[in-house]
Design a protein around this ligand. Sequence first.
Ligand SMILES: NC(=O)C1=CN([C@@H]2O[C@H](COP(=O)(O)OP(=O)(O)OC[C@H]3O[C@@H](n4cnc5c(N)ncnc54)[C@H](OP(=O)(O)O)[C@@H]3O)[C@@H](O)[C@H]2O)C=CC1
Ligand SMILES: O=C(CO)COP(=O)(O)O
Length: 339
Amino acid sequence: MEKITIFGAGSWGTALGFVLAQNGHDTLLWSHRAEQADEINRHSNERYLKGIKLPESLKATASLEEAVRHADVYVMAVPTKAMREVSSEISKLIQKPSLFVHVSKGIEPDSLKRVSELIREEIPEQWIEDLVVLSGPSHAEEVVLEHPTTVTAACENTGAAERVQDLFMNQYFRVYTNTDVIGVEIGGALKNIIALAVGITDGLGLGDNAKAAIMTRGLAEIARLGVKMGATPLTFSGLTGVGDLIVTCTSTHSRNWRAGNMLGKGKSLDEVLEEMGMVVEGIRTTKAAHQMAKAYEVPMPITEALYSVLFKNVPTEEAVGHLMGRMKKNEMEDLIDLL
Ligand SMILES: NC(=O)C1=CN([C@@H]2O[C@H](COP(=O)(O)OP(=O)(O)OC[C@H]3O[C@@H](n4cnc5c(N)ncnc54)[C@H](OP(=O)(O)O)[C@@H]3O)[C@@H](O)[C@H]2O)C=CC1
Ligand SMILES: O=C(CO)COP(=O)(O)O
């Protein structure tokens, strides 16, 4: 049994708390809101996981000091936007080297940093025993129903990835390991962009051919960027690549797909964000990926089309028309580039 603190008590932090507590670990969830911590101590988190009874052994606190003191393993589960701030606060309180696991899927605009890079910038190296990324096709709503779920623990140090595998793995939550941290983080972050785009075409009623097209060509542009950044091409055919792309683009649980769907049906971005009430990581990541496409000189037409809809007020139909009217290409151009 290990002592584990999860920072961030939204859908995913709470679902992972459910798994870890069921696995017998002494698990504490940190929320920045006292009333939410109180609710979790009464075994529910209705706003984020409606109707779910949480394990009695899962405890919560709103005291960051208590949360940092509690554990030897820290699971970072706040949205990407809050990751710097929370990491920086933790760094002021931490007193021993600990294993960090992060589960967030985004890229920071402007700095173009991956989440593991943000954490390393905010928490001095002496406190980070290892940093493992846990990612893959895993909607919180299904994990807490104990539906079979598979994810990947990625770290250059295989021993650390295996430790995380052992912490989380059980009969319904199967964890693989991988050493390709860049590929795992890029796949997890950028599939949200593609899910927003699929949500839009679904909202426009453009059908399943369009969905398959965006998913397939979307994966091509994710892999093209990832490989340029140093990822292993094969990672994109795994759980954190095509696997997470499938679950996010085809499930109504996905906030990114749902947000896109509302945009496709004519709502404004502000209306969509107000209605969602949960993080839609793909919006900020679209801004980052638009900047990365330029920085790494990688063509990313679907990302650019979405960027034009989200940030330049281009009508959704016009963006689709623009994508379809691009110059002729050989389908395998990307693959040839990767070989
Ligand atoms: N939901 C899922 O199924 C999965 C999510 N993820 C990833 O996990 C990450 C977290 O997402 P998820 O849990 O779904 O998000 P949610 O929107 O469900 O919850 C976000 C949580 O973070 C809290 N929060 C927001 N800002 C801060 C801050 N500055 N300091 C402290 N806490 C803060 C929110 O608090 P408040 O309630 O006060 O707003 C809320 O508890 C994302 O990167 C997401 O992509 C990965 C896999 C699956
Ligand atoms: O990452 C996820 C599933 O693997 C969750 O996706 P959403 O953030 O779109 O809900």
